[in-house]
Design a protein around this ligand. Structure first.
Ligand code: AMP
Length: 192
């Protein structure tokens, strides 16, 4: 059985085979034609369900940011929340949720952005940040970059915060999403 099946996977496997980045990369499962035909979906669930690997991924991010005085980790709905909460806990930072419209209970700021077909919106609470806070925005996958660019606009147009970095588990290099982010500091753990 190859690692892609992700069924039997343990700390022992990555300690004996290759580097941690290669191991993380190998456990990401390709799901063709999801959610629609022609898209190869990068499924991170086998990585999340391996306790040792998920911990290792968070530890790498913790090492990257622990001396950077980060106040807040901003997670993008929904898979971004998984990484945001674990990393915030590891750093002793807070979490801010950027959500789909109508999900946040208090007053919100909204950003609407274009998709391939139609448009979408994201929201954040109007009291989400205090001036001068140092933040990291995190999501699982950088594809076309539309969602992250909208998130950056949402935060920077409404708050005086310092964006220390945007962090991704996976960057799909062939989609050039990075170009949409105007040279902002961007760190991706794994590239396809
Ligand atoms: P983007 O095209 O960069 O705006 O991607 C929008 C969101 O869709 C991101 O938050 C990703 O989580 C998700 N996404 C886009 N393409 C993929 C893909 N091929 N595999 C997994 N998730 C994806």
């Amino acid at each position: 059985m190859g690692l892609k099946e992700g069924k039997i996977f343990s700390r022992l496997v990555y300690l004996t085979k290759g580097t941690i980045m290669e191991t993380l990369k190998s456990i990401i499962r390709d799901v063709p034609d999801f959610p629609k035909k022609g898209i190869i979906f990068k499924d991170i669930t086998p990585m999340l369900s391996d306790p040792g690997l998920f911990q290792k991924a968070i530890d790498i991010l913790k090492g990257r940011y622990e001396d950077k005085k980060i106040d807040r980790i901003v997670g993008i709905e929904a898979r971004g929340f998984v990484f945001a909460s674990a990393l915030a806990y590891a750093l002793g930072a807070g979490v801010t949720m950027v959500r789909k419209p109508g999900k946040l209970p208090y007053k919100t700021h909204r950003k609407t952005y274009s998709l391939e077909y139609g448009e979408d919106s994201i929201e954040v609470h109007q009291d989400a940040f205090e001036n001068g806070q140092r933040i990291v925005i995190i999501d699982d996958v950088l594809a076309t970059g539309g969602t992250l660019a909208a998130c950056v606009d949402l935060v920077q147009n409404n708050f005086q915060v310092e964006l220390v970095e945007i962090a991704l588990l996976i960057e799909l290099d062939f989609l050039n999403g990075r170009q949409k982010l105007d040279g902002l500091p961007l760190y991706s753990m794994i590239h396809f």
